[in-house]
Design a protein around this ligand. Structure first.
Ligand code: 9MR
Length: 387
């Protein structure tokens, strides 16, 4: 958003008569270049009113949609407010880290399901669906992985891992993110594939293999390909959309048991959306007979203005704009936010603000009060066509 420049710069906020900020100006020498956040600026009178008191899961369910959130076991077990909020708002729960290799496999031959089991039980107890994240990923592999896994034994490790984990949870998982983030055009490899240990050891067919093995042991689960950076109107996101479509086309043409695309949707609050391109992409995905899940929604406010009131309006605007586009597509069956309250998010560690202020990416504030982002999500569900 703020293009790099060697000049020093200051940012101004235009606060209009209505008290709404719609633009940020960047002063470069004598030239002041306003940068417009169109999703708010275009709609200065936008209000985020909602009717009724229903929690998000009920509003979603009224449209045949599922709403839920990701959460960690330790937080859920220790924070009563979070627990109450999750139980009230969510129809599906994703363990944020507990089903990743790093947590499940402390040693090459040891599986520790205790933390993930606790979460599965929590979901069951509170009538929530349980979402599996994730079986095959280049990241959050255990420390021993580098020493132990190689070209010769990688297939054995992959198949054994998927079989053991999916057997353990067979029948309990609504949808499995079987493969996560396998595309990265920036790596400049064939078909836009990411340079991951799995690709290095097994070649591109590791993806298809992962779906086939999962389908064998858990034939009831919805099998998802989950990917990031697909949402915005930037050349990088466009390249990823193109590569993902090619991957899905290839998998489908080979009869791979894959049922849905997971669009992570870590939205950049300062970046623009292109409704036409996004709709086209969704419609191309559905042309392969796939469903779509919004799997990790939040709004990254790293580059948004400091004022929390201004920031919250922009974040809410992004939530509503994005959801109103994607929910128009009836193949979208679920929306999950990556967390529920600003008290717990991955963002302070990964994408903190330069002004040191707390990030505000989620529907509830750090005291579990609903923010405008909550209203925006509620409005998008209320306005969505029925599935
Ligand atoms: O939220 C997760 C955080 O706690 C972990 O430290 C991090 C490690 O990479 O992964 C985060 O979750 C990621 C998810 O598994 C895949 N998509 C991106 C998410 C945010 O980084």
């Amino acid at each position: 958003m703020f293009k790099n420049s060697s000049h020093s710069r200051r940012r101004f906020l235009y606060v209009g008569l209505s008290g709404l900020a719609g633009a940020t100006a960047v002063a470069v020498g004598k030239n002041i270049k306003p940068i417009y956040y169109s999703h708010v600026f275009d709609k200065p009178k936008r209000d985020f009113r909602v009717t009724g008191q229903n929690p998000l899961k009920k509003r979603a369910a009224a449209k045949g949609l599922i709403y839920g959130a990701a959460c960690g076991r330790d937080l859920l077990a220790s924070d009563k407010n979070l627990e109450a909020c999750i139980i009230r708002e969510c129809g599906v729960l994703t363990p944020e880290n507990e089903l990743k290799w790093q947590f499940l496999r402390p040693r090459p031959n040891v599986f520790d399901f205790s933390r993930a089991d606790w979460m599965a039980k929590f979901a069951r107890t509170h009538n929530m669906l349980f979402q599996g994240h994730t079986l095959v990923w280049h990241s959050q592999l255990p420390d021993w992985f580098k020493e132990v896994v190689n070209r010769q034994n990688a297939e054995k490790f992959l198949v054994e891992h998927i079989t053991t984990v999916t057997k353990h949870y067979a029948g309990q998982i609504h949808s499995w993110d079987v493969v996560n983030e396998a595309i990265e055009p920036k790596d400049r490899l064939k078909a836009g594939l990411r340079q991951s240990p799995w690709l290095k050891f097994l070649g591109p067919d590791y993806i298809e293999l992962a779906y086939r093995v999962t389908a064998q042991t858990d034939p009831k689960a919805m099998l998802v390909y989950n990917e990031n950076d697909l949402e915005h109107d930037t050349p990088e996101h466009e390249a990823k959309r193109t590569a993902v479509l090619k991957l899905l086309e290839r998998l489908k043409s080979r009869g791979t048991p894959i049922h849905a695309l997971g669009i992570q949707s870590h939205l950049l609050g300062h970046s623009s959306l292109n409704a036409k391109k996004l709709r086209n992409f969704l419609s191309n995905v559905t042309s392969f007979g796939l469903k779509i899940l919004i799997t990790e929604l939040d709004v990254i406010d790293q580059k948004l203005p400091s004022d929390p009131i201004v920031r919250d309006r922009m974040i809410a605007g992004m939530y509503e704009d994005y959801l109103s586009i994607v929910l128009d597509e009836r193949a979208v069956i679920a929306v999950l936010t990556w967390g529920l309250s600003d008290k717990h998010s991955w963002l302070p560690m990964f994408l903190p603000r330069s002004d040191g202020l707390p990030v505000r990416p989620l529907p509830f504030d750090s005291n579990f009060k609903p923010k405008l982002a909550w209203n925006a999500i509620a409005r998008a569900f209320d306005q969505a066509p029925k599935r």
